[in-house]
Design a protein around this ligand. Structure first.
Ligand code: COI
Length: 367
């Protein structure tokens, strides 16, 4: 039995651009609209395994019109960020978490991503809240009308300098809870970063915008459980009658993306609540992964036990929510004067500190 070749960084071929683009000012960046000078590509085929990795000038791909990504949405991707630290070092935040696809050697692929980031390192913005967003993507490329697992694929990586994901900047967002559409269902693909999970968001997002809300909130089942926003995972903070604060996020039940930022928030908050790493958070804090219904959020908003609600994601970082439009009414959520609440402020500071290197941590990996 022969073993097919895995990804091999030593074979990397680099063709540099001869016409580097001008780099926009950070204040002019619109999230995901500006791309760096180069991209990384690694072809794969079921017959011959992983091919020669190439870094080339960023540009259009040549695809057969019959290829499976164009018909059956065979595309899966990741999102990660590179930061320029105060001393000039470039770091990635918890990149091992993005390398878990297990169909190739994650360390080898990460080495190639580092080579790309180093080549385009002049594109990494240094302003607070800015970074280089990295989008590893894999698409099915074989010519075939018919639904089958891909026999040919392309793994590629593109990068964009970014600031805040939402157009309103680092301010709270409003959400519109959709009761009409669903993103995921039990037994479906909601837990994976597949392109197909984002298409159902277009209609409810349009509906949310028409009603003046920034984003659509996915609710699940007759109880209207909060799931995720589609652009970020969700956290809710309640203050219970005995004074305990509860930080809740929906459980990974197959319908929720297991985001790296979600995991980082849980880990920071759990470190505080179990006493291994005390943070500026309430003394009595419990961290739970459980379902939360809109009924619970609405009644907590009305009786004053809703402390805050925020989203967490690679693109969104920590984004607070100030209201949820639900069944024709607005459920109001407290936010502090600068838009952050007492828990999200600490979580944001601790998280961003570790991302930018201001707080040393083994989550930060040098490129
Ligand atoms: C990310 O946070 O990395 C995402 O992929 C969300 C996307 C809507 C930009």
């Amino acid at each position: 039995q022969t073993t097919l070749p895995d990804i091999d960084p030593s074979k990397l071929e680099i063709r540099r651009t001869t016409s580097p683009k001008s780099i926009p000012l950070s204040k002019d960046l619109v999230f995901g609209h500006t791309f760096t000078d180069h991209m990384l590509m690694v072809p794969w085929s079921a017959k011959s395994g992983w091919g020669v990795p190439r870094i080339e000038p960023y540009g259009p791909l040549s695809l057969e019109p019959s290829c499976t990504v164009l018909h059956y949405a065979q595309t899966i991707f990741e999102g990660m960020k590179a930061y320029r630290q105060a001393d000039g070092t470039i770091t990635l935040f918890r990149p091992d978490m993005n390398m878990k696809l297990r169909i190739f050697n994650g360390d080898a692929f990460l080495e190639l991503i580092k080579r790309l980031v180093r080549l385009d390192s002049n594109w990494i913005p240094t302003e607070p809240g800015h970074s280089l967003y990295i989008r590893p993507t894999m698409i099915g490329t074989q010519r075939a009308i018919g639904v089958n697992p891909p026999t040919e694929a392309l793994l590629y990586v593109i990068c964009c300098p970014v600031g805040p994901y939402y157009p309103q900047g680092f301010k709270p967002v409003s959400l519109h809870g959709t009761t009409e559409y669903i993103r995921a269902a039990p037994g479906g693909t909601g837990a994976f970063k597949l392109g197909v999970n984002y298409a159902p968001g277009v209609m409810p997002q349009k509906a949310a915008a028409k009603l003046g809300y920034a984003q659509n909130l996915w609710l699940h089942g007759p109880e209207h459980y909060l799931t995720e926003v589609g652009t970020m995972n969700l956290f809710v903070v309640f203050k219970h009658p005995d004074g305990t604060h509860e930080l809740v996020t929906p459980p990974l039940d197959g319908m929720i993306l297991p985001g790296v930022t979600r995991d980082s928030v849980l880990s920071l908050a759990r470190g505080h609540s179990n006493g291994t790493h005390k943070l500026n958070l309430p003394e009595k804090l419990v961290v739970t992964e459980r379902s939360v219904s809109m009924k619970e959020v609405k009644s907590a908003s009305e009786n004053g036990s809703l402390v805050e609600l925020f989203g967490a994601g690679t693109a969104a970082v920590i984004t607070t929510v100030d209201k949820i439009g639900y069944m024709g009414e607005d459920v109001l959520i407290p936010t502090g004067e600068d838009g952050l609440g007492p828990i999200s402020r600490t979580i944001w500071r601790e998280l961003v500190g570790r991302q930018t290197g201001a707080i040393p941590s083994d989550w930060s990996v040098v490129v």
